[in-house]
Design a protein around this ligand. Structure first.
Ligand code: NAG
Ligand code: NAG
Length: 346
């Protein structure tokens, strides 16, 4: 080899050697990736998700959901999933709070049907439907917080304070119930996702039930995860990959590869479980946007990031993403996310 190389001019020889090194490194890299993928797939297949009929811990759960134009998923999946979950948790251990605002489709009709079903099972609940749409709010005379002068020179309603307000409404019955001596251990925030009762039990059990917040992973078009807005790694960095293993930061990356609860600064992916206590503290934890003065300099922060920053439990108990709990915004995405290989594809 050496002799053959020696017949070439020196500069060419150097290039040839460099190419060879690059090629070897590339092969090593690919081989390492294959080995790793194999190990991870084995780990996944060995991680038994135990299908339970009941949650592991006896806890009282307050379920909060906000709805806007969700008729399709309510009728196809969500209403059934909520009904089944309430039944498995036990109607005496749950409360369901749903706030719907100004849907264009027949979300209200779907919620009326859900209400009847929950009534049949004696599940305590508050399903509030509002006719005020986001468009109405935009058209209303600008006053108070939540408005910003945009680059176009117009005064516009900010989306985040609006969403914060709607999410806050879904927490209102919590206070009324507390006044009546009815308390809850955890709050489960549900997005318009496809999930099973078992996904919820697994989520509630994240890190042996000890967390300031535990989130599922959400998929709309797997392998790309959905909610990029609220997800931040353990160092608070947004620079995550759109596909598995999602994180560059060491502790988040390591946990994801080992299918352990992933420590993050913030998440709001599909389903979120949080202890109820901070929401009843004085002052109570609430969703909020950043002040209008900051938003006018085009800074915006998700109401869902801020809630973890505001939560006094976050530093001590941690915010986790549970890679064993994967939900989808439609049935196809849900099914793909359950497939061992599909959601790992890069
Ligand atoms: C959130 O809820 C609290 C209490 O209900 C309220 O005082 C606050 O203004 C709300 N925040 C927003 C952004 O609507
Ligand atoms: C239901 O919740 C809404 C806020 O979302 C609240 O205004 C209303 O008083 C609640 N109703 C009951 C009966 O608790």
């Amino acid at each position: 080899m050496k002799n053959l190389l020696a017949t070439y001019p020196r500069s060419f020889r150097r290039t040839l050697i460099r190419n060879r090194i690059v090629r070897s490194l590339l092969i090593l890299f690919i081989a390492w990736n294959l080995v790793e993928l194999h190990l991870i797939l084995r780990r996944i297949s060995e991680t038994d998700i135990i299908y339970r009929e009941q949650p592991r811990r006896h806890e009282r759960i307050y379920i909060a959901m906000v709805n806007w134009n969700n008729e399709f998923i309510l009728r196809s999946h969500l209403s059934k999933a909520i009904t089944e979950l309430s039944w498995k948790l036990g109607p005496e251990n749950v409360y369901i709070s749903i706030y719907e605002s100004g849907s264009y489709d027949n979300t209200k009709g779907a919620l009326v049907d859900l209400d009847a079903e929950l009534d049949r099972l004696n599940v305590p609940r508050n399903i509030t439907m509002s006719s005020i749409t986001h468009a109405d709010e935009i058209a209303a005379p600008p006053e108070g917080e939540g408005w910003v002068i945009t680059p176009r020179g117009k005064k516009e309603l900010r989306r985040i304070p609006y969403l914060s307000r709607v999410r806050n409404y879904s927490l209102e019955p919590l206070h009324e119930l507390a006044k009546q001596g009815i308390h809850f251990d955890k709050i489960l925030f549900l997005n318009d996702v496809v999930f099973t009762s078992n996904d919820v039990f697994e989520l509630l059990d994240t890190n042996d039930g000890d967390y300031a917040a535990a989130c599922s992973l959400d998929f709309s078009k797997p392998p790309y995860y959905y909610d990029t807005f609220a997800l931040r790694d353990a160092h608070g960095h947004e620079a995550v990959m759109p596909t598995w293993p999602f994180f560059r930061e060491f502790s988040s990356h390591y946990a994801m590869k080992n299918l352990l609860p992933v420590p993050v600064k913030s998440c709001w992916n599909g389903m979120v479980a949080m202890p109820a206590a901070p929401f009843l503290a004085n002052p109570p934890l609430r969703f909020r946007g950043i002040p209008d003065s900051l938003a006018s300099s085009h800074l915006e922060a998700s109401e869902c990031c801020l809630i973890h920053a505001d939560n006094p439990l976050s530093t001590q108990h941690g915010v986790y993403l549970n890679p064993l709990v994967r939900v989808g915004y439609n049935t196809a995405a849900y099914d793909t996310s359950l497939d061992d290989v599909s959601w790992l594809r890069r």
